[in-house]
Design a protein around this ligand. Structure first.
Ligand code: GDP
Length: 616
């Protein structure tokens, strides 16, 4: 190895093919360790390549590649999956080796796990409800079933009682989200197509996902009760996408159903089992520590973090130390979809787990660790890795002209921002505009995370760790996130005009921000039904979820965390037939949003008023 001089410093050189592997979010010091160089000399080399970084700052892959090619190294940033595998190996957990070591004798049959997919309004929710109520085993808890993100039913097939697990997530996004994270959960996809509507864009999207993942499809031709429905046409349309019905000589089972009238639900369940038996070998080893995936999780006011997990192999038991994503803890209690407590959960069983110390993300894998300490350490290391990775993503570099002054001042202080917006275009536009702000001497503006959709708990957690401010552009916090932010003292700001966001950030940087009014939330209501009234337009049949809804106050309408209507007024409010002035938490009501008619089921009506804020 020679040591040529670059920019006046000596750095050991590679031969161009030497591979150096770095974790996401690594710094120049980490690279220096691996190539036996002095971190300060790498800072200098990078400087001569036109990039400014400190020795310990997280850098992105492009920067390392640039530096690597200059120095003769092929720098590779380890993928998140490999990184996690290596992390677990340090704790002597090797999931692949574990699976390979299993013999025929270890494996026992497990129920299929089914995801229902399809175009919006074709009846996914209705079908999941129909299956649940048709088949759920009479519950000991009095038949009150809860939505926990998945449920299991038992049906009799060829004289044998056979359980089937259904993923039941509100957005039906579980399938894609989990596939994106590499956690395969679904054995079979039920593709719902409305017989009166036919194959639509999301039908094709759904079947593409399933086919790409190699998941067999059962087609539920829904709404056959409707006049004008044409089940034969659906069969014919889908042949174009390689889904050929059995009766036409193909391999795909098509079942005509009516989710609304609960017609032929048994036929659908039978088709699922026949498809599973013909196409899949569904077995798992129940006799080991559980492994699986988190399907849904939230923070419960009374019970703390609550996660619904699907056990994929092994047996999960109360008292187990588990780690799900970065969350860890000991299983304090397990509940099924009827709220019954369970002592153990076998493969393909979804259960709500209490006892985690944080809320995992949907799609995070979970595993049982040998002890609490190991679970905690794995969780902490994962969290650190995720944080480093997000830090590496983007930073605003101080220009060379500013640099001397900043260094002379002896400190570079940083304003960290997290951006969330309704569409990726607006997030990018906002980001570009923010990064163009003349931040002035001694200040560094960094966008540590950006994304599309509601502000989540993760965003707030990240903001807590890095003292960041969250900027929401046409989006709102997801359920319970506002509380968390409040508790953690995280500043969230909401905008619907980019220019205003820029102006605020500029003023903040100048230390001149003077907020005059702040918004105070009064109440939220969830839309359960939409009534059409010839006199008033659309009326939102709603359940008040928090606070109270008052006639005459200002409101906005939020759909999946995205603001779809601003500056609306609660023009009318009714309980049953009576006009009322206010409705409290837990009660149902009909809300008239004046002229605003774009109301859908599951939308959230948020009411608020502006109050003058005392200057700090
Ligand atoms: P999703 O968006 O796919 O979850 O669709 P939903 O389950 O919310 O259903 C959309 C609409 O279609 C609702 O108004 C349902 O009542 C209606 N619907 C669902 N299944 C049937 C059915 O089998 N027959 C009829 N007539 N209507 C149905």
């Amino acid at each position: 190895m020679q040591a040529p001089t670059i920019g006046g410093v000596q750095v050991p050189r590679g031969d161009g093919s030497t591979v150096i592997r770095l974790a996401r979010g690594a710094s120049l010091t980490d690279l220096a360790d691996k190539i036996n160089a002095n971190p300060a000399s790498l800072v200098t080399v990078l400087f001569h390549l036109g990039e400014m970084a400190t020795a310990t700052q997280s850098l992105d892959e492009d920067t390392f590649k640039l530096l690597g090619s200059e120095l003769g190294y092929d720098v590779q940033v380890v993928s998140p999956e490999d990184e996690d595998r290596e992390l677990l190996e340090q704790f002597h957990i090797d999931l692949d080796a574990e699976l390979e070591a299993e013999t025929e004798d270890d494996l026992e049959e497990r129920p299929p796990v089914v995801t229902v997919m399809g175009h919006v309004d074709h009846g996914k929710t209705k079908l999941l409800d129909a299956i649940r109520s048709a088949k759920v085993v009479e519950s000991e808890a009095g038949g009150i079933t809860q939505h926990i993100g998945a449920y299991q039913i038992v049906t009799t097939h060829e004289g044998v009682d056979r359980p089937i697990t259904f993923i039941d997530t509100p957005g039906h996004e579980a399938f894609t989200a989990m596939r994106a994270r590499g956690a395969k959960v679904t054995d079979i996809a039920v593709l719902v197509v409305a017989a009166d509507d036919g194959v639509m864009p999301q039908t094709i999207e759904a079947l593409n996902h399933a086919q790409a993942a190699g998941v067999p499809i059962v087609v539920a031709v829904n709404k056959v009760d409707k006049e004008g429905s044409n089940p034969a046409k659906i069969r014919q349309q889908l042949t174009e996408y390689n889904l050929v019905a059995e009766e036409y000589g193909g391999e795909t089972m098509f079942v005509d159903v009516s989710a609304k009238q609960r017609l032929n639900i048994d036929g659908l369940l039978e088709a699922i089992l026949l498809t599973a038996d013909a196409a899949l070998d569904l077995r798992a080893n129940p006799d080991k520590d559980a492994r699986g995936v988190a399907i849904e999780a939230h923070l419960d006011r009374g019970r703390g973090p609550v996660a619904t997990v699907l056990v994929q192999s092994g047996t999960l038991a109360v008292g187990d130390s588990i780690v799900a994503g970065a969350a860890h803890g000991r299983v304090r209690a397990m509940l099924d979809e009827h709220g019954n407590t369970l002592d153990v959960a076998l493969p393909s069983r979804p259960v709500q787990v209490l006892g985690l110390t944080a809320v995992p993300n949907a799609g995070d894998t979970f595993l049982v660790a040998p002890d609490d300490r190991t679970a905690r350490q794995i969780g902490e290391r994962r969290e650190a890795a995720a944080r480093a990775a997000s830090l590496a993503k983007r930073r605003k570099r101080i220009s060379l002209e500013d640099l001397n002054a900043a260094l002379a001042a002896g400190k570079v202080s940083t304003l960290n921002l997290i951006l969330k917006g309704d569409v990726s275009g607006s997030v990018e536009a906002l980001e570009d505009a923010l990064l163009k702000i003349d931040v002035g001497e001694g200040v560094d503006l960094r966008i540590i995370h950006r994304g599309v959709g509601a502000i989540t708990q993760n965003d707030v957690n990240l903001a807590t760790v890095d003292d960041a401010i969250i900027i929401g552009f046409n989006v709102r916090p997801a359920e319970r996130v506002a509380e968390l932010a409040d508790r953690e003292g995280v500043d969230m700001r909401f905008y619907s005009v980019i220019y205003q966001a820029i102006e605020d950030v500029e003023n903040a940087l100048k230390g001149m921000l003077k907020p005059e009014f702040e918004e105070v939330q009064l109440g939220t209501a969830e839309v359960r039904e939409v009534f059409r009234s010839s006199k008033f337009g659309n009326i939102a049949g709603s359940l008040v979820r928090s606070g109270e809804i008052r006639r005459g106050t200002k409101a906005r309408l939020v759909r999946d965390g995205v603001v779809v209507g601003e500056n609306i007024e609660i023009a009318g409010l009714r309980r049953f037939k009576d006009d009322v002035t206010e409705v409290r938490e837990g009660y149902e009501c009909g809300i008239n949003l004046g002229g605003f008619n774009d109301i859908q089921i599951d939308d959230v009506v948020e009411t608020y008023e502006m109050r003058e804020k005392p200057r700090a």
